[in-house]
Design a protein around this ligand. Structure first.
Ligand SMILES: [Zn+2]
Ligand SMILES: [Zn+2]
Length: 545
C-alpha cells in the first residue's frame, strides 16, 4: 500500500493487525467472525479482509495491488536501507523498476540527487544490492575478477604448485559468469581431502569429472581433476564450450593428445592457427583458424583516448579539469566530454547556456594542456520520435555527438527501430550509444533488428559504441563480426561518471576481443591526429549525405 502511495496511517493499521495476529494463541481461521472483530488491533476493514481470505483464499484488494506492481519492485523490497516509501519514490520519480536498474542509477550518482536521499543512503544501497546480487549466484565478469585471482592463489597454496589453470566462462571472457572453473593437476581423492578441510569451501557435488564447492558462501567453484598426462587436454576441453569441443573432435577425430606441454601445441598438431580462449564459443572459428585468418585482436593498451565521459556538469562526480588531468597522467592522448543532454533532467542534463559555458572552459583548458586535447561532445537523448534534443544550430557546435536512448525503454521493435533509425540518419550523430539499453543480469534491453541498424550505420557513417560499463557491454559482442564485415567502426567507451571508471574500458576490450575487433576497427584506439582526421572527414561525409 505504501509503495502505491496509500497514506501511511492506513498501511500501519495493517502491520499492527499482522503483529497482533502473530501473537494469537489460536489459529485465526478457527475463530468466528464476531470473535475476529473483537481482537485488539483489528478494525472493521481488516476484519472483513480476514473473513474474505478465510472464505475465498484471497484478498481482492491485495491481488489488485500486486497486479499493479512490477516484479522487480518486490525484489527491491529485499534491499536493506530502503523502505516502501523510498521504493515508491525511486519507482515513480526515476522510473527504476528493478534492482539492476537501481544499482546502475546509484553508480551514476542519481539516487543521491533525489529528495530525501543522500550520498550515504546511496552508498548503503549500493552495498546491499551488491550483496543481494552475489547471493543470487550470477555475476558480472567484473564482479568475479578479483575473486578468481584470489582463488587461484589460494588453490596454488593448498596444492603447493603453480600450475593451476582458470578455465570455463571466465577464461572465455564472457560478460557474465555463473561459476568459476579451475583445473587441478591432482586426483579427485586428493582434491576432496585437501579442499575438504578449508573452511571457505562448502562441498556441493562430486562427479566423474569435477568436484563442486560453494566458495565463501557466494560463488560456485568447479574443480576439474587431471593427472600429469591429461592436464593440458583437460584445460583445453574445460575452457571451450561444448559446441566448440564437438566441432573440434568431429574435425580432428584422431588427434594425438600425448606429451603436451602447452595448449598451443594442440592447435599446432591440428594444423591450425592458435585460437585464444575468448574465441572458443562456437566451432565456426575453426575454419578461420585453418585459413590462419584470425586477426590480431585489440589489447587494453591499444586504447589511446577516453571517449564518452560525464563530468560534474551533469551527473559525473569529477570536474572537467580533474578528468583531463587524470587522462594526461594515465597517458591518454585525448578526452571526449559528453555530458547528458537537456532531456535527461534526472541527470542534470545541460541546457543550451551551459553548453556554451562548458565549451569556453574546454577551449581554455586545451590551451593549457596542449598537445593533450579535450573534445566537445554531448550524449544527446534520442527522443520518442528519434530526433535529438537540440536544434541543429546547437548540435553543430560539438566536435562529435553520441546519440543514446535513455527514456521510455519499454517499447516494441517497431518503435525502437523508428527511434534508432532516425537518430542514425541524423547528420549530427557520430556515435550510437549503448544500442539496446540492456543491463546485464537485470534488464534485457529493447528489441532491435541488429542487422538493419548496422547496415544503416554503414550507410550514414555512424560509429557503434561498445559501452564498456561492465553491466552494459552493449552492443553485444555477438554482432561485432557482422559490423566488421560492413566496415562499421566501433568505439570502446567507458561511459565514465568518475575517474575510477576509466578502467572499465578494459572490460569493453575483453568483449571486443570476443568479436575479433582489431585496434584498427576501434575509434578509441586512434591516435590524437587520427582521431582529428576522422572527425574532419566524418563531418565532410555527413554534409554530402
Ligand atoms: Zn547513456
Ligand atoms: Zn553516458
Amino acid at each position: 500500500m505504501e509503495i502505491h502511495g496509500e497514506n501511511s496511517f492506513k498501511s500501519k493499521t495493517y502491520s499492527i493487525a499482522a503483529y497482533k495476529i502473530e501473537q494469537l494463541t489460536v489459529e485465526l481461521h478457527t475463530l468466528s467472525a464476531e470473535k475476529i472483530f473483537l481482537i485488539n488491533g483489528i478494525g472493521e476493514a481488516i476484519g472483513r479482509k480476514i473473513i474474505e481470505l478465510a472464505a475465498t483464499g484471497k484478498i481482492k484488494m491485495l491481488d489488485e495491488l500486486l497486479s499493479k506492481t512490477p516484479e522487480g519492485i518486490f525484489e527491491m523490497m529485499k534491499i536493506k536501507g530502503i523502505g516502501p516509501k523510498k521504493i515508491s519514490t525511486i519507482w515513480k520519480e526515476m522510473n527504476v523498476e528493478n534492482i539492476g536498474e537501481l544499482l546502475y542509477a546509484c553508480n551514476e550518482n542519481r539516487l543521491s540527487l533525489l529528495k530525501g536521499f543522500g550520498k550515504k543512503t546511496q552508498d548503503n544501497v549500493i552495498e546491499s544490492i551488491e550483496f543481494f546480487l552475489k547471493q543470487k549466484g550470477h555475476y558480472l565478469y567484473a564482479q568475479v575478477e578479483s575473486v578468481t585471482v584470489d582463488l587461484q592463489q589460494l588453490l596454488c597454496k593448498i596444492f603447493g604448485c603453480g600450475t593451476i589453470k582458470v578455465t570455463g566462462a571466465f577464461a572465455r571472457q564472457n560478460e557474465t559468469v555463473d561459476e568459476l572453473e579451475f583445473v587441478i593437476p591432482f586426483s579427485k581423492n586428493i582434491i576432496l581431502e585437501k579442499v575438504g578441510v578449508v573452511p571457505e569451501f562448502y562441498f556441493l557435488e562430486n562427479t566423474d569429472e569435477y568436484v563442486l564447492y560453494k566458495y565463501n558462501k557466494v560463488v560456485n567453484v568447479k574443480l576439474h581433476f587431471a593427472n600429469e598426462d591429461d592436464f593440458i587436454q583437460t584445460v583445453f576441453e574445460t575452457t571451450n564450450t561444448r559446441e566448440f569441443n564437438e566441432s573440434f573432435y568431429e574435425t580432428f577425430p584422431k588427434l594425438e593428445f600425448q606429451n603436451l606441454q602447452i595448449e598451443e601445441e594442440i592447435f599446432e598438431r591440428a594444423g591450425l592457427q592458435y585460437v585464444p580462449p575468448c574465441l572458443r564459443e562456437s566451432g565456426d572459428i575453426l575454419e578461420l583458424a585453418r585459413k590462419k585468418k584470425i586477426p590480431e585482436l585489440i589489447r587494453p593498451e591499444d586504447i589511446r583516448g577516453i571517449i564518452h565521459c560525464h563530468s560534474n556538469w551533469s551527473d559525473g562526480s569529477d570536474t572537467v579539469e580533474e578528468l583531463a588531468a587524470a587522462c594526461v597522467q594515465k597517458g591518454y592522448e585525448y578526452l571526449v566530454i559528453s555530458d547528458h543532454s537537456k532531456s535527461a533532467f534526472y541527470a542534470q542534463g545541460l541546457i543550451e547556456e551551459k553548453i556554451e559555458a562548458q565549451h569556453k572552459l574546454i577551449e581554455e583548458l586545451n590551451i593549457k594542456l596542449a598537445p593533450f586535447k579535450i573534445f566537445k561532445s554531448i550524449e544527446s537523448d534520442i527522443l520518442n520520435d528519434g530526433n535529438l534534443d537540440y536544434s541543429n544550430a546547437i548540435l553543430s557546435t560539438f566536435d562529435l555527438v553520441i546519440a543514446s536512448v535513455h527514456s521510455n525503454l519499454k517499447m516494441n521493435e517497431d518503435k525502437a527501430m523508428l527511434r534508432l533509425m532516425n537518430a542514425i540518419e541524423n547528420p549530427y550523430t557520430t556515435i550510437l550509444g549503448h544500442m539496446t539499453g540492456r543491463l546485464l543480469l537485470s534488464r534485457k534491453g529493447y528489441p532491435v533488428d541488429h542487422k538493419k541498424i548496422i547496415d544503416a550505420c554503414a550507410i550514414h557513417n555512424v560509429t557503434i559504441e561498445i559501452n564498456a560499463n561492465p553491466s552494459r557491454l552493449d552492443i553485444s559482442w555477438k554482432w561485432l563480426d557482422y559490423a566488421r564485415s560492413k566496415n562499421v567502426l566501433v568505439s570502446i567507451n567507458p561511459d565514465a561518471h568518475a575517474i575510477e571508471q576509466f578502467s572499465n574500458t578494459r572490460y569493453g576490450v575483453l568483449v571486443a576481443q570476443k568479436g575479433m575487433i582489431t585496434a584498427k576497427d576501434n575509434l578509441s584506439s586512434f591516435s590524437l591526429s587520427e582521431f582529428e582526421t576522422f572527425l574532419k572527414k566524418n563531418k565532410e561525409k555527413k554534409v554530402h549525405n
